[in-house]
Design a protein around this ligand. Structure first.
Ligand SMILES: [Zn+2]
Length: 479
């Protein structure tokens, strides 16, 4: 640490260790002794609970009433899932998200509520908390400045990770002092099939940020990597030619609709015949697909018409019946269904039945965290036993994975994003598996002279206009 303490500074704490449960708490100290506290995201912990950390989903480990405002980077459950619990624990202040994000946030929150209640006698929050939450959320236009408190300015910039996703700038000002400027990348991608992703305006990029909090999901992989090669269309069309059924586990929001569009393009180029049935599972995914089609979410005009021919929704009440019909049939079909990591969601019904069948290809079009069932499935060799959906079975189906349409920028793309701005004073790497965070940190150290830290929830970070100047042990408490 080479930077000096001043009387205008910020403490930043986080909750997440890996790639789920995203939540940062900032506590800004102004020279006049005033404090402003805020959250960036408030996400659920997900995955298979072999570490006991899913218990964290029942706890908000600080006094919510001390928080002044909440900022949301995007509508994935690992970034918003604990908002209702925050409200239950007494938070009554504003929550800001982008306008397209606002137009969709009810769907994942309602889904989180269903998941949360499942099998619980005493859920840790009530339905009324969900309703109150919706009244606290505001949708903000991209690049519009918001001032939730005096001396605080927030701006949401476009982010291709997901419709409505943002990169968030948080600026603290004080007369006669240099600004403290933070940039939270959230989960980041520089492009999206459905909408154009403009760069952060030059006036925001030309001066160095005090701190950039940067994700690192692909902190150890370049966009030229073998795993990013476009193989989806080839794999799917080959399987269909061989008379196989194809199951594509996807995230309900964004990925499901991108896959539908990819299949439409395959029909248009005659890679697959239009006679093959395309089936989409998942209640939330159905609602999102309909909003993509009918609501104004800022899409390119031609992307409204993204659904392939012979497309059907699988209603939850007929899921088992449709599953039997499709997977027992000698004819090929394509099933797109959440969740993307196959640990839960409608896709479990299909995968449970398909594992033992040698006429099925399961292809993962995105990232599977190491604690997910999808990862386990990928790592289980064909012909060996796997426990899935409550059954132990021999895996006879084919399994493939492709990073081709991942929603995250790869290491070189993250570098290009960071290089496009004045060199940040400091960079805090978060949201990645441990090895990827370390690899990304070493990679960035070759390109920047900034202070570079790997985020650790057991520590707090002191930041002033010149960046991180202190790292201290912390248990995510307010100071
Ligand atoms: Zn995300």
């Amino acid at each position: 640490m080479k930077l000096l303490h001043t009387n205008f500074y910020l403490h930043l704490y986080g909750r997440h260790r890996g790639v789920t449960g995203s939540c940062f708490l900032g506590s800004t100290h102004f020279p006049n002794k005033k404090n402003v506290r805020f959250l960036v995201d408030c996400g659920s912990f997900q995955g298979v609970d072999n570490l006991g950390y899913l218990d964290l989903n029942d706890v908000i480990p600080f006094d919510t009433q001390k928080i002044d405002f909440v900022l949301i980077t995007h509508n994935h459950i690992d970034h918003i899932g604990l908002l209702p619990l925050l409200v239950n624990q007494g938070y009554t202040g504003p929550i800001y998200i982008t306008k397209p994000g606002y137009g969709l946030i009810d769907i994942p929150i309602n889904e989180a509520w269903k998941v949360h209640c499942k099998g619980k006698l005493n859920p840790s929050y009530e339905r009324s908390d969900v309703e109150s939450l919706f009244n606290q959320i505001s949708g903000v236009s991209f690049n519009q400045k918001v001032h939730p408190k005096k001396n605080v300015e927030i701006t949401f910039f476009k982010n291709g990770h997901l419709v409505g996703a943002s990169v968030i700038e948080v600026k603290f000002t004080y007369d006669g002092m240099d600004d403290i400027r933070l940039l939270f990348t959230g989960d980041y991608h520089y492009k999206n099939l459905f909408f154009d992703v403009e760069k952060i305006p030059i006036q925001n990029r030309k001066n160095p940020y005090s701190l950039v909090v940067c994700e690192s999901t692909y902190g150890n992989m370049d966009s030229t990597d073998e795993r990013c090669k476009p193989i989806l269309a080839t794999k799917i069309s080959e399987a269909i030619k061989n008379g196989m059924k194809v199951i594509i586990p996807t995230f309900a929001m964004g990925r499901t609709q991108e896959i539908a569009y990819l299949i439409k393009c395959m029909q248009n180029t005659e890679l697959i015949p239009e006679s093959i049935g395309i089936w989409q599972g998942g209640t939330s995914a159905r609602e999102i697909t309909n909003r993509f089609k009918y609501n104004d979410l800022g899409f390119k005009p031609n992307m409204r018409d993204f659904l392939p021919k012979n497309f059907h929704f699988v209603l939850s009440k007929e899921r088992h019946q449709v599953c039997e019909k499709l997977l027992d049939s000698p004819n090929p079909s394509i099933i797109i269904s959440p969740s993307g990591m196959a640990s839960y969601g409608a896709v479990k019904t299909f995968i449970t039945k398909a594992i033992s069948q040698n006429d099925v290809l399961i292809i993962f079009p995105g990232y599977c965290s190491k604690d997910s069932k999808g990862h386990e499935l990928i790592c289980t060799p064909k012909g060996t036993e796997i426990e899935y959906g409550g059954y132990s079975q021999i895996r006879n189906c084919d399994v493939a994975i492709s990073g081709e349409i991942s929603a995250h920028a790869k290491r070189d793309e993250l570098l290009a994003f960071l290089k496009d701005m004045a060199e940040p004073k400091s960079i805090l790497i978060n949201h990645g598996e441990e090895n990827d965070k370390i690899a990304f940190s070493n990679y960035l150290k070759n390109h920047f002279s900034s202070e570079i830290e790997i985020f650790n929830p057991d520590y707090g970070y002191s930041i002033n206009s010149n960046g991180i100047y202190e790292v201290f042990p912390s248990s995510f408490q307010l100071f």
